[in-house]
Design a binder for this molecule. Structure first.
Ligand SMILES: *Cc1c(COP(=O)(O)O)cnc(C)c1O
Length: 465
């Protein structure tokens, strides 16, 4: 009671001094083990809340693709559904029904030949969607091999070195040889002839990305389809495509409706996308769909009893929050086709405004432009500039609260360091102008220095997604 007495003598009101008297505000908070006694809920809330204040401001975060904003009504729904477990389909049949509706909407959006025959599942994000997509490719490949009396033990997967880390994980977790096609300084994505050259009888599939996390560009899926057709003609190899549309699955249908990347291409067997990226939902929800029910092998489905019927479940997790799926459906209802179109067009316009403004600053150069791709772009520094670099610029922008990551590219492009800007819902024209102004000021400041900036001792060796 030492604390109470002292706070009373400095004139705090009794209620406040009673709160202060509780260990939490003045004592060290338990970090690594449970304390013998807990704290009052209000106090625990305040402590955790205060701890998190040093986190970056999510709205000023141009680093992430993941949603940081939803309408207040959507947030209310998320809160109302916070206690629902999506696996309890019997207990929450209405939520399960909403998941089915979302899958049908996506099958239609991605032009499944017969949306009623498409099959899929919600996931925690694209990573799980990619794992499942890859797993099905591997399974179907092995069945074909074994049925033909051939060896089914050395599968490989062909993709660019720009693929997201989840594909590396997939290959390690599921024992598949990754065949990585290096990106080039003049082409930061999968080269189609180079990919074809990596394909053989053990190739379970080729991954195409819509769009790349490095520069926001779309990989040429239609060209890949044509080249794989030609490969089948010449060498008899029938190799499917999985499209990792983590971001583009919710952008291309609205901004580039004529771009052929989805189930309109017969080799595209499966597509994943992140509802929590341009789908506009807070983390975490993703989706994976196969063009036809027949592609999903029976042994990979696990049936649960559901309202007297059998419901197949696919997916890594058992329990998962149902709220984000409800949030996804909210967006489908609230935005509709027109709403998504408007949102994506606005994001492209804002990203274009930002990119063009940056391109007008002499030492900065666009590596990609957001028009006709994700509202994402990368910026490099004129090689003539040696006194400072994009890492310094990234740090300088952070002083103002902006989170714009700098990184070096992989493989054959290691010498290239870029800044990447990801424009998402919640970012507007006014913020873009503010950011442009801050970039301009920072560039002038660096350019006016008499000597070189000190080089940071330890730099990120390469890109972290
Ligand atoms: C973000 C991303 C992933 C991983 O998605 P999560 O939803 O974060 O799990 C996979 N592939 C690409 C191309 C991505 O952009």
């Amino acid at each position: 009671m030492e604390i109470r007495r002292r706070s009373e003598t400095i004139g705090l009101n009794p209620a406040l001094s009673a709160r202060l008297a509780q260990a939490g505000l003045l004592a060290e908070i338990p970090r690594d083990r449970l304390a013998p006694q807990g704290l009052d809920a209000d106090l625990a809330y305040q402590l955790v809340h205060d701890h998190l204040m040093l986190d970056g401001n999510a709205r000023l975060n141009l680093a992430t693709f993941v949603g940081t904003w939803m309408e207040p009504q959507a947030r209310r729904l998320l809160e109302e559904c916070a206690d629902k477990n999506i696996i309890d389909k019997d207990e929450y049949p209405q939520t399960a029904e909403i998941e089915e509706r979302c899958l049908h909407i996506l099958a239609d959006l991605w032009h499944a030949p017969d949306p009623g025959r498409a099959v899929g599942t919600s996931t925690t994000g694209s990573s799980e969607g990619c794992m499942l997509g890859g797993l099905v490719l591997k399974w179907n490949w092995r069945q074909r091999r074994l049925a033909a009396g051939l060896d089914g033990s050395r599968p490989n997967l062909v993709m660019g070195t720009n693929t997201q880390i989840c594909w590396e994980k997939f290959c390690v977790y599921f024992d598949v040889e990754p065949r990585l096609v290096p990106i080039k300084p003049e082409r930061l994505q999968l080269g189609v002839p180079e990919a074809i050259a990596q394909c053989d009888a053990n190739t379970i599939g080729v991954v195409g990305i819509l769009g790349s996390t490095f520069d926001g560009s779309y990989e040429p899926i239609a060209e890949l389809q044509q080249a794989l057709d030609a490969l089948q003609q010449s060498r008899g190899l029938d190799i499917p495509i999985h499209v990792d549309a983590a971001s583009g699955g919710f952008v291309a249908p609205f901004n580039s409706p004529d771009l052929l990347w989805d189930f309109r291409l017969p080799r595209v067997q499966s597509i994943n996308s992140s509802g929590h990226k341009y789908g506009g939902v807070l983390p975490g929800v993703g989706w994976v769909l196969w063009r036809d029910d027949a592609l999903l092998p029976e042994p990979l489905r696990f049936n649960v009893n559901y309202l007297g019927g059998e419901m197949p479940t696919i997916g890594m997790n058992f329990s998962r929050p149902g709220a984000q799926i409800v949030g996804q459906y909210f967006n489908f209802l609230h935005l509709g086709r027109e709403g998504y179109q408007l949102r994506m067009a606005a994001l492209e316009a804002i990203a274009t405004h930002l990119a063009d403004g940056i391109a007008a600053l002499p030492p900065l150069r666009l590596v990609s432009h957001p028009r006709g791709q994700l509202p994402v772009f990368a910026v490099a520094l004129d090689p003539a500039v040696t006194r400072w670099d994009v890492f310094h610029l990234s740090d300088k922008l952070r002083e103002r609260g902006w989170l714009v990551p700098a990184y070096t590219l992989p493989a054959d492009c290691q010498a290239m360091a870029v800044l990447r800007f990801v424009v998402r819902a919640g970012f507007n024209r006014d913020m873009a102008d503010e950011l442009l102004h801050d970039i301009e000021r920072a560039v002038h400041w660096f350019q006016s220095l008499d000597g070189p900036m000190p080089s940071p001792l330890e730099r990120e060796p390469s890109f972290h997604h």
